[in-house]
Write a protein that binds this ligand. Structure first.
Ligand code: HEM
Length: 458
């Protein structure tokens, strides 16, 4: 047994928490409004809360030290055998995000070189060019003044960028089908996650059939990427080639087709949806915060003077980067994730029983009133270096932490800054009146029903 704060000799108590209803526990409240429910429990019971979900109990952790303990210091005692990851596995199989142990480590080591700084620098041009294409395609909308959903455009953009940089494939034509399928798959995954007992997928329910169809669409796109590469052959130096050529050290065997499919699907989906949400939230926040927008536009004018950004410009675009961080704080795309305890543990003085789930919720920590002044206010200056220094690790962790930290975090941050710096020099977005907008908490945190804007020239 290990501990962060309690002595192992004292038999620790289970954490306090809401009783909930008979049978369902807190499932109904969770299903209705998880973004309201979790912070309310922390306000009521403190930073370690025991929540009954149907027949099981989960432990919600809302202290940075406890998050660090589970994700990093004692990460060996926690795995991803939770219901949340089981639902994600239905789509992604055993890719980097969902696999475990030695198998995961081997795959992670294989993919890591594709995300080294030098490799990333080589992606900057593609990111900027794809954004320029989008800016050009938006020109008629700037002229017409008609409202449109910029979140959809940004999803197509990030999908195109992921396809081009990681797999050398332009999935532009298929991006609408992928975006639509992925939206529905997320809704389905979410409803499955909040069922008392998940129904076997083999049951021929309409929702199950729709999921199978949507998963089939995504599968077709991914297999298409792999087959095209096999057909075309030639010299490539991208992630897809690394995965295709990798051989097992002991057996000399290549990755099976299923494993390759799982990795490509994971990287394609994890690599674009989260970034698209972050961009969409940023557009929304800038429209609601004109002063921050003026500061950002002034930085772009000063540092770039109308030209497109390069990787060398990144260190100078500090205001843009702070806007990105503040947007990731308020709307962390990966707003929740989970772990299962392999053996009994003690966290924050409370018992976490073997096999039980721990919930790590960036949404809660990023808005915790004890950790942030005016947590609901959009204030990019929170990320000024002198203010950041004061903050303990895991107060802000949009990319997770420890060994399972996001492999694409530097990729994503570079993409976010370059896309904004390219697009916002050409277009200014204002939220269109009459569209209510709310965060939709599914696997990722998306703006619902989209971000409807009108566009003008800055
Ligand atoms: C704003 C954008 C992004 C956010 C907020 C984000 C967030 C996260 C988080 C929180 C995790 C850890 C999950 C856990 O510990 O259970 C994660 C893992 C992962 N992310 Fe990201 N991510 C982003 C962009 C990307 C990109 C661009 C890629 C790939 C190109 C990517 C690929 C992955 C993969 C493969 C994992 C699993 C890593 C492992 O377990 O070894 N992500 N991401």
């Amino acid at each position: 047994m290990s501990s962060v704060t309690a002595s192992p000799s004292i038999s620790p108590l289970l954490p306090p928490g809401p009783r909930g209803e008979p049978l369902l526990g807190n499932l109904r409240a969770l299903r209705k409004d998880p973004l309201g429910f979790f912070p309310a429990q922390v306000r009521e019971y403190g930073d370690v809360v025991r929540i009954r979900v149907g027949p099981a109990y989960v432990t919600l952790l809302a202290h940075p030290d406890h998050v660090r303990y589970v994700l990093q210091d004692n990460a060996r005692n926690y795995n991803k055998q939770t219901r949340g990851f089981a639902v994600i596995r239905e789509l992604l199989g055993q890719g980097l995000l969902t696999s475990e142990g030695d198998f995961w480590l081997r795959q992670r080591r294989l993919a890591q070189p594709a995300f080294h700084r030098q490799r990333l620098a080589g992606f900057a041009r593609t990111m900027v060019d794809a954004t320029e294409d989008l800016a050009r395609a938006m020109e008629p909308r700037v002229a017409s003044g008609q409202p449109f959903d910029v979140a959809e455009d940004l999803t197509h953009l990030t999908l195109r960028i992921a396809g081009l940089t990681l797999f050398g494939t332009d999935v532009g034509d298929e991006s609408r089908a992928v975006g639509d399928a992925l939206g529905r798959v997320q809704t389905f995954a979410n409803s499955r996650l909040t069922q008392l007992i998940p129904l076997p997928r083999a049951l021929p329910l309409p929702s199950h059939r729709r999921f199978a169809r949507d998963a089939g669409t995504l599968d077709r796109v991914v297999r298409g990427i792999i087959e095209r590469r096999r057909r075309e052959g030639g010299e490539h130096h991208d992630l897809l080639q690394m995965l295709m050529e990798a051989r097992d050290e002991d057996t000399g065997e290549r990755m099976s087709d299923t494993q390759l499919r799982d990795e490509v699907m994971t990287l394609l989906l994890a690599g674009h949806e989260t970034t698209a949400s972050a961009l969409a939230w940023t557009v929304m926040l800038l429209s609601r915060n004109p002063e921050a927008r003026r500061n950002l536009e002034a930085e772009l004018a000063r540092e770039l003077a109308g030209r497109t950004p390069t990787v060398e410009d990144l260190p100078k675009l500090t205001i843009t980067r702070r806007v990105v961080d503040e947007s990731l704080r308020l709307y962390p795309p990966a707003w929740i994730f989970s772990r299962a305890a392999i053996s009994d543990d003690v966290v924050g003085g409370f018992r976490v029983p073997k096999g039980s789930y721990v919930l790590i919720v960036p949404w809660v920590l990023h808005r915790h009133p004890k950790l942030w002044e005016d947590p609901e206010t959009f204030d990019p200056d929170r990320f000024l270096p002198e203010r950041e220094k004061e903050r303990p690790r895991f107060t802000f962790f949009p990319f997770g932490g420890g060994p399972r930290q996001c492999i694409g975090n530097q990729f994503a941050l570079m993409e976010l800054v370059l896309v904004l710096a390219t697009l916002l020099q050409r277009v200014r977005f204002d939220l269109a009146p009459g569209y209510a907008l709310a965060p939709a908490p599914a696997i990722t945190l998306r703006p619902r029903p989209g971000v409807f804007v009108t566009a003008t020239r800055p």
